[in-house]
Design a binder for this molecule. Structure first.
Ligand code: NAD
Length: 453
């Protein structure tokens, strides 16, 4: 591992990556490689998830292409030296801020969207002028192998290199000194990464998980709410970090909500044979989902077929915060429904859990909307929609508290991989005498008059 990092540091020190033309060319090259190899990418994803080309394109490739296009188009603006005002004390100086790359960056990806969660941070790092070592997840092994092949066959490893592997390889990587670590994964491993980074005071971005609630109030458009929620929850069989984890529904509409969820799921035909429905990544996760499922509370679904790693979309009713399913992030196709009578009480319950990555509010009542947005702290979210906030690159994406720190997408990603170097430049034709010794009472009076304090 050491030689990869040191090669990248050597290359970074040539200052080649500071040239905007170089960055734009590398981004274009990445786009071309992905476009030319889409079939290979679809195959890898299919082996890991049995996911359709359509879903891979909309949930992975389209977002990466968008990020690359956005960065290429806006890089000159993002990377420009910014002039700022200068205070009176420094007259007649000028002040400016130079965005500079951090250096050698480590990007660690999660398995649930193997391309998006690895390459989108890499695109941000490259656009900001860094070199990148990318460690995709060993769990989505086919996708990671394709990614490693495509990157390593086409990029100079002293600029962009994929290192495959699991815990031992990641541990070894974390023992190296990086200038930035960008991690996507669980809160538990996030802690390990944060501790490893502390040894070298390496700045980190942690994109973690959590239990993202969806509030469904009595003032929602129920038909649209159900349609959007069912899509967002069962996309990738619930293996989406920003999927609505559980529903807080007002008791007056609970029964109707459940009935409509049932008919929407039936309409979408998420059957075992259906190409539109993704499988669970591995048997371990399937077993974990089985363990947190209380058969007494199943309203719909619950069927599991281990041999083909499938789990039916499952809806649970009469759930309380004491149920096993409410004790951890679900990360699968189980939708617990909790009913509430008072919005205040519902918010109090949600706020007892760690700050979630996302929160969704389904209501057409402005007062309720504002109340939830004000009283619940979460990373990112949507009103009368779910998951789609992720696709707007103008919205910085990230968590808060246990769901993470830092954010990316669009300019936010560029900033995350950039140091803003502040400079004061003073001409030599004038020097005010105040700061120099001797510090007399007269000088102090003059300073106070000058600064108007
Ligand atoms: P994970 O934490 O198990 O693994 C993430 C990465 O860390 C992998 O590359 C893995 O190889 C590495 N890793 C695992 N154990 C390690 C250890 N002991 N030491 C060093 N490295 C280690 O997470 P996962 O199972 O791949 O992903 C699921 C989690 O990620 C969920 O909690 C989900 O919410 C979260 N997630 C968050 C986002 C986001 O954008 N915030 C996106 C996707 C997933």
């Amino acid at each position: 591992m050491y030689q990869h990092v040191s090669k990248q540091r050597k290359f970074f020190n040539t200052h080649a990556t500071k040239d905007l033309k170089f960055r734009i060319e590398q981004l274009k090259k990445l786009e071309n490689i992905l476009k030319a190899n889409e079939n290979l990418i679809y195959e890898g994803i299919y082996q890991d998830f049995k996911k359709s080309e359509f879903e891979t394109f909309i949930s992975e490739l389209a977002l990466i292409y968008h990020d690359i296009k956005d960065a290429r188009k806006n890089l000159k603006t993002w990377a420009r030296v910014q002039k700022v005002k200068t205070n009176m004390l420094n007259f007649p100086s000028k002040s400016f801020i130079i965005p500079e790359p951090l250096g050698v960056c480590l990007v660690i990806g999660a398995w649930n969207y193997p391309y998006g969660l690895s390459l989108a941070p890499a695109v941000a790092a490259i656009s900001a002028g860094n070199t990148v070592i990318l460690k995709p997840s060993e769990i989505s092994s086919s996708s990671s192998a394709v990614m490693a092949k495509l990157i390593d066959e086409n990029f100079d490893p002293s600029f962009f290199k994929v290192i495959e592997g699991g815990v031992p390889e990641t541990t070894e990587l974390l023992n190296q000194k990086f200038d930035k670590i960008f991690f996507t994964g669980s809160t538990q491993v996030g802690r390990i990464v944060y501790q490893a980074a502390a040894k070298n005071l390496t700045p980190v971005t942690l994109e973690l998980g959590g239990k993202s609630p969806a509030f469904v109030t009595e003032y929602c458009n129920l038909k649209m709410t159900v349609k959007r929620l069912v899509w967002a929850k069962f996309l990738n069989a619930g293996q989406t970090c920003i999927a609505p984890d559980y529903i807080m529904v007002h008791s007056s509409i609970k029964n109707e909500f459940l009935e409509q969820v049932k008919s929407e799921i039936e309409k979408e035909r998420f059957s075992f044979e259906n190409e539109n429905y993704t499988q669970i990544i591995n048997e371990r996760n399937l077993e974990r989902l089985k363990q947190i499922l209380d058969p007494q509370k199943v309203y719909l679904g619950g069927e599991i077929n281990t041999s083909i790693k499938y789990m039916q979309p499952t809806v649970l009713q009469d759930i309380t915060f004491d149920d096993a399913v409410m004790k951890e992030e679900i990360f699968g196709p189980i939708l617990p429904v909790i009913s509430y009578d008072s919005l205040d009480e519902a918010i109090r319950e949600v706020n007892r859990l760690p700050k979630p990555l996302s929160c969704y509010v389904f209501t057409n009542n402005n007062k309720q909307k504002k109340k939830i947005l004000k009283e619940v702290s979460f990373g990112n979210g949507a009103i009368n929609e779910a998951v789609m906030q992720y696709t707007n690159s103008k919205l910085p994406f990230g968590g808060v508290g246990q769901s993470g720190m830092g954010n990316y997408h669009g300019e936010a990603g560029f900033k995350e991989f950039t140091h803003y170097k502040s400079i004061l430049e003073k001409p030599t034709w004038l020097e005010l005498p105040f700061k120099y010794y001797p510090h007399t009472k007269g000088k102090l009076k003059m300073i106070k008059q000058f600064l108007k304090f």
